[in-house]
Design a binder for this molecule. Structure first.
Ligand code: UDP
Length: 479
């Protein structure tokens, strides 16, 4: 009957749409496919952010933790450090919330919230970390921890350069997620601490699927078998449904009027932006390529990361080169700030995606079978690009990275942009292989979540373990 209690999972999302979206999708599947109830806990009030809220399915309950003071942190404190502090200071509030949660069967903090794991231990509840990123990120995290086993506290070592990972993934220093590049960065110590806590989790859920990173899956399987790391469950890809996307249908109406497979979609995620100079070069490159395009233009910045100060306000379209919009009126559409991306990528007119390689964008592209031009800007985007260009093989690099992979921000020329687009859209060898692989990955992703698919079975295995754990019924647990 309906009043039969169900085991209840509490999921904890660190701030940022990129963290919330996949965790919300995980929660929805636990409720709709696996017979659990779920509460998604956030640090910020979702009701004040309609964009974020629209991503949370109705079947999932939400709760937000009371805000904590962070005023004492220096203004230049790195974003990751601010996040870790936010989580640490919120733990008492989380303890209160968890203590009053009925039928609690598991706690699932995302990768930045592992400070909550000891709380699960204290309450005697199973705990699973959720990695919204991929196994490559988890492998780096594991490596940095192993590198510091037996090393006195306060002593930090750099990761090797290049860092060789399973499946032939080789990351040069410049390709590592920013915070892993130097042991001298203050956030490095936090990462080690964060990664050490993962070892005490009962499992790790990762937003990837077998065919995306087969060698890494096998490596982690082996590690779990040897007791060297908790069991890892590839349970993705978690992509929100296009129907859940709010907003502007002007792009979709425009796409409806374009021929099938003709449009290049250009977007750098929720936080990526280009310099003024690079914006002009990209405009010229799109124009020179002659392809139809849909470009989500954001306010320019100097370092690739969105500027939230005075620069961050205003109309980004005003920064496009003089006359560009008029000249390309028949070929392209530039929209300010935001497009309903899942619907754009799944539209039959869309043929290619020029992307910053954020992991959500990547999985959306995979799910829609759209090949990519990889244009990473910051954070872990270069690492994702290396995986996509290399072992996955569904992206072509653009510009300086295609030449020498230099870590510096260099302007990508219009010629390089047009060349990469031409290769991706029509190239008979490299481009063709990438286009074909995008189609194959799309099928693999769909299969992973089909009834007998690998990701679905992996999540079912976890759900079965949670249901079988008698603690959620209030029964004594002896282990
Ligand atoms: N997104 C969108 N419209 C935009 C830009 C981004 O819907 O114009 C969505 C995109 O579909 C993805 C998320 O925002 O789900 C961005 O996440 P990702 O991990 O790709 O990059 P981040 O924004 O975290 O850098």
């Amino acid at each position: 009957s309906t009043d039969q209690p169900r085991p209840h999972v509490v999921l904890l999302a660190s701030p940022g749409a990129g963290h919330l979206i996949p965790l919300a999708e995980l929660a929805r599947r636990l409720v709709e496919h696996h017979g659990l109830t779920a509460t998604l806990v956030t640090f910020t009030d979702l009701t004040s952010s309609p964009e974020a809220q629209s991503g949370v399915p109705a079947s999932v309950a939400t709760a937000s933790l009371p805000s904590v003071q962070l005023h004492d942190l220096a203004p230049d404190t790195p974003m990751e450090t601010v996040l870790f502090e936010l989580v640490r200071r919120s733990l008492p509030h989380l303890r209160t919330l968890l203590s009053s949660a009925a039928h609690l069967a598991a706690l699932v903090p995302d990768f930045f919230c592992s400070a909550a794991l000891p709380l699960a231990a204290e309450l005697g509840v199973p705990s699973y970390v959720f990695i919204p990123s991929n196994l490559t990120a988890l492998a780096i995290m594991r490596r940095i921890v192993e590198l510091h086993d037996g090393v006195p506290p306060g002593e930090h070592h750099d990761l090797p350069d290049p860092l060789e990972l399973p499946g032939g993934v080789s990351l040069r220093r410049a390709d590592l997620p920013c915070s892993f590049r130097s042991s001298k960065e203050p956030v490095y110590a936090h990462l080690i601490e964060e990664g050490r806590r993962y070892r005490h989790a009962d499992g790790v859920l990762v937003n990837t699927f077998y065919e995306m990173e087969p060698a890494a899956v096998e490596k982690f399987r082996q590690a779990a078998g040897e007791g060297a790391f908790p069991p890892v469950f590839p349970v993705g890809p978690f992509v929100r449904s296009g129907a859940a996307e709010a907003g502007d249908s002007a792009c979709l109406e425009w796409l409806d009027r374009q021929p099938t497979g003709s449009v290049v979609y250009v977007s750098f995620g929720s936080g990526g932006s280009l310099s003024v100079e690079q914006t002009a070069e990209l405009a010229a490159g799109l124009e020179a390529s002659g392809y139809r395009f849909l470009w989500v233009v954001r306010m320019p910045s100097m370092d690739g990361q969105e500027d939230e100060g005075e620069h961050g306000r205003g109309n980004p379209l005003a920064w496009l080169p003089e006359g560009f919009l008029e000249r390309t009126r028949d070929k392209g559409l530039a929209v300010a700030a935001w497009a309903p991306q899942v619907r754009v990528l799944s539209h039959p007119a869309t043929a290619a995606f020029v992307s910053h390689c954020g992991w959500n964008s990547t999985l959306e592209s995979v799910s829609c079978g759209v090949p990519m031009v990889s244009w990473p800007l910051y954070a872990e985007q270069r690492m994702n690009a290396v995986v996509l260009e290399g072992s996955v093989g569904m992206a072509l690099p653009v510009g300086p990275r295609a030449r020498d992979g230099d870590g510096d921000v260099v302007v990508v020329s219009r010629g390089e942009i047009a060349d990469a687009l031409r290769e991706l859209m029509e190239g008979p060898v490299k481009g063709r292989a990438v286009r074909r692989q995008a189609g194959d990955m799309q099928q693999a992703a769909a299969h992973a979540w089909a009834p007998e698919g690998s990701s679905r079975r992996a999540l079912e295995e976890v759900a079965v373990a949670w249901k079988a754990w008698r603690g959620w019924r209030g029964e004594a647990v002896t282990d």
